[in-house]
Design a protein. Structure first.
Length: 280
């Protein structure tokens, strides 16, 4: 994700969907060099073409999703927001780069090992986290969110936007269940945006283009996708956990919205989806 964001950020302002000036800091040296080279006219397009040819839809889906989530956060900010929680924040830098978030308490929640890595990278790049950012270490499988978030100063009375991007597919159903139930205890009217994969890609990978290479790469990286949901069952699944589904957007839709010129010919990653729910 950091590489995709860095490549997109290297494009001229009129062509890019967003600018994440920090993404490059999180890359290993050879990828950081590649991202730097993408600043040379034409190189970003060549690199993108290579990535798109090898991992169908992964990059385009990721950059369109980043922009969509940025836009949704901007809307939430315009409506008034007291808190933002980024569950599984990883190398997400929205708290550092999105105007408006500096006035909101932002909780970056992740595994302690990932948080330590992020902080080391930020220190190395002499980047100081805005004072609004609070780091909260947790393992989602421990079902301990209530306790650690209370200790970090999270309020269940404040209007909150919770972002949970790129994580549910790595968890167990029990961890997803307990985390969603925790989200539903936010103040009424609060919003949750999370990504999930269509369960069909786990049950029958061949029914989606490009999964063979993708799954091989995940295996090589020691990452395994373990959890998915059937879009048709999503509303019920959320309702049972105190959340009302507002929108369920597939990557073909958000690619068409932000990359209209190429979305018609772009294949792959159709199983990756964004759900937006409201605390009912
Ligand atoms: C693919 S990254 C997504 C990061 C970020 N949200 C983004 O979209 O760039 C998945 C994140 O989930 C975190 N994660 C995965 N399993 C976890 C667990 N059991 N407890 C806490 N964090 C976990 C990882 O540390 C990592 O930061």
């Amino acid at each position: 994700m950091a590489l995709f964001r860095a490549i997109e950020s290297s494009l001229p302002a009129r062509r890019r969907l967003f600018e994440d000036p920090f993404a490059r800091q999180f890359l290993r040296p050879r990828f950081a060099l590649l991202a730097r080279l993408c600043g040379v006219p034409g190189v970003a397009d060549l690199v993108s073409q290579y990535i798109d040819g090898r991992w169908a839809g992964a990059r385009s889906s990721a950059v369109a999703r980043t922009r969509l989530i940025d836009d949704i956060i901007a809307e939430a900010l315009a409506q008034g927001l007291d808190q933002m929680v980024i569950l599984g924040a990883g190398f997400d830098t929205r708290a550092y780069r999105l105007p408006g978030l500096s006035d909101v308490a932002v909780f970056e929640v992740d595994h302690p090992d990932t948080l330590a890595k992020k902080q080391a990278v930020l220190r190395h790049a002499s980047l100081v986290a805005p004072s609004c950012v609070r780091s909260v270490g947790i393992d989602f499988t421990s079902a301990d969110l209530d306790r650690v978030m209370d200790a970090a100063g999270y309020s269940t009375q404040a209007r909150t936007f919770i972002l949970w991007e790129g994580v549910t597919n790595y968890l167990t159903e029990a961890a997803v269940d307990s985390t969603l139930r925790w989200c539903a205890r936010a103040a009424s009217g609060s919003e949750l945006l999370f990504t999930y994969i269509n369960r069909a890609v786990l049950d029958d990978p061949e029914s989606f283009a490009g999964t063979e290479t993708l799954f091989a790469t995940l295996k090589e990286a020691g990452e395994q996708w373990t959890f998915g949901l059937a879009p048709a069952e999503l509303a019920d699944f959320l309702r049972q956990r105190g959340l009302a589904l507002q929108q369920d957007i597939g990557s073909s839709e958000y690619r068409a919205r932000y990359l209209p010129r190429v979305s018609g010919v772009m294949r792959g990653y159709e199983f990756y989806r964004i759900a937006i729910a409201r605390v009912s």
